[in-house]
Design a protein around this ligand. Structure first.
Ligand SMILES: [Zn+2]
Length: 142
């Protein structure tokens, strides 16, 4: 999620997730991880609204209660601040949501790019009968 928040591929951390502002690249140019099947959908805007509304709402109340601020300032500053914060947070939050889907193996992220350019894709979790929850969670010591 941190790699995604910074706009980097959740698998390798090198390639970029976004081709344009909110357009996720079909695959990572560095490691070849397929990203076209992500389903961020409406979660990033929900998260951004949740975060920005709490910050701006608190600051508006704090300013209104503690200071004598002219109405024109309130009506000018807060919409612009809200817009700026929302636009600034939307891409990182969408990247983090794609990273979350990758971390959970959702929506096609269960397969990784193969080491070579040929051959079948490697499953992240192995065949069903070889799965070991402790090893997968990194709990087993070598
Ligand atoms: Zn990558």
């Amino acid at each position: 999620m941190a790699r995604g928040f910074l706009g980097r591929c959740p698998h390798c951390g090198e390639g970029r997730i976004f081709g344009r502002y909110l357009k996720v690249r079909p695959e990572c140019a560095h490691c070849g991880l397929q990203m076209h099947h992500h389903r961020a959908d409406d979660l990033p805007p929900y998260v951004v609204i949740f975060v920005v509304a709490h910050i701006v709402g608190y600051l508006i109340l704090e300013l209104e209660m503690g200071y004598d601020v002219p109405l024109w300032f309130q009506l000018t500053f807060w919409p612009l601040a809200t817009l700026g914060m929302a636009l600034a947070l939307l891409q990182p939050v969408k990247g983090a949501v794609v990273g979350l889907q990758y971390a959970l193996g959702m929506h096609g992220f269960a397969t990784l790019p193969s080491a070579g350019s040929e051959g079948p894709e490697e499953s992240r979790f192995g065949p069903a009968d070889e799965r070991d929850p402790d090893a997968r969670a990194g709990l087993r010591r070598a």
